[in-house]
Design a protein around this ligand. Structure first.
Ligand SMILES: *[C@@H]1O[C@H](CO)[C@@H](O)[C@H](O)[C@H]1NC(C)=O
Length: 290
């Protein structure tokens, strides 16, 4: 009894030492991926705040499927290109997605090194040549279900499952976000912004490529391979809390769940809170469960 207690204290101290050595002095790189229709500019407030607290590698990524008719692989490749620059340079990484951007980061991390239990032997061996993924943060994630990845034949066409605001132009392969007269982007995405700011960001929206949105995902990162934080927006009109809860409640899903009093694009409406969450979940010690 006493002996095992002693062992666990020693192991704790040892892990703490390793984790502190790993986490400091360098903060991880933060890769930020916007949702459908959105430009990476929506991260500008969070990017500025992170740089004020000593984060040096801050990479908002432009999705090729916004403004171009391309498939999802282009989006995944754009994220992987930035991700592997950091990992290969020995830097740890946190990936932050918003809405459909969460689908993209979830695919991009397949096969990448993480901090999960199975890879902790690499930590003890002191292998620090390559960086690792600390966490994925889903802001109002619009994400694939475990069911549709395990049984792709059951996945529905997004025509039947997307929010009403999606407007499809089947001739061009373009999808826009002005399909619901009662829920224009000002209300669907930016309901907590001052009206002028909501109008401004609405004017910046572009079309998204149908093929990218309708593609079938091939990988689930949130069933144990990675630490994944799902951030629910209490005033989100696009992926409302009840819908977000269906992702969280899936059998086999292992999310850490946070709730913000936020709309669908919290990087604009609640930048301080989003920054705080990124800081919180960019330390591997945030996930130690002993
Ligand atoms: C959209 O995805 C569904 C389900 O994977 C597929 O059956 C359908 O053919 C796709 N739609 C188009 C127009 O490609």
């Amino acid at each position: 009894m006493q002996f095992s207690l002693l062992i666990s204290v020693v192991v704790d101290a040892f892990l703490d030492m390793l984790l502190v050595a790993e986490a400091y002095p360098n903060n991880p790189a933060i890769i930020m991926v916007p949702g459908a229709f959105h430009s990476p500019q929506v991260f500008y407030k969070v990017k500025r705040q992170l740089s004020q607290v000593n984060y040096k590698f801050l990479d908002p990524v432009a999705l090729p499927s916004v403004g171009h008719v391309v498939g999802r692989q282009s989006d995944i490749d754009a994220v992987k290109s930035v991700l592997y620059q950091h990992l290969n340079a020995g830097r740890d990484v946190v990936l932050v997605g918003n809405s459909y951007g969460c689908t993209v980061i979830g695919e991009a991390v397949e096969g990448a090194p993480g901090y999960s239990d199975s890879s902790s032997s690499a930590l003890v061996a002191g292998a620090k040549a390559r960086g690792r993924i600390i966490s994925l943060i889903y802001l109002s994630g619009y994400i694939p279900t475990i069911q549709e990845v395990n049984h792709p034949e059951t996945k529905l066409d997004i025509h039947s499952v997307s929010p009403a605001l999606f407007k499809y132009n089947d001739d061009t392969g373009e999808v826009t976000s002005d399909g619901d007269k009662d829920l224009p982007p000002q209300k669907a995405f930016y309901n907590l912004l001052p009206p002028k700011e909501a109008d401004y960001w609405t004017s910046k929206l572009s079309f998204s490529s149908f093929d990218a949105l309708n593609a079938t995902a091939t990988y689930i990162p949130y069933a144990g391979d990675f630490e994944v934080v799902y951030v629910v927006g209490k005033q989100d009109n696009s992926v409302p809390p009840a819908w977000a809860q269906t992702f969280i409640d899936q059998p086999g899903a292992k999310f850490i769940v946070e709730h913000l009093d936020a709309d669908h694009v919290p990087m604009l409406s609640k930048p301080e809170e989003v920054t705080d969450l990124i800081v919180k979940y960019s330390k591997p010690s945030a996930f130690v469960r002993i």
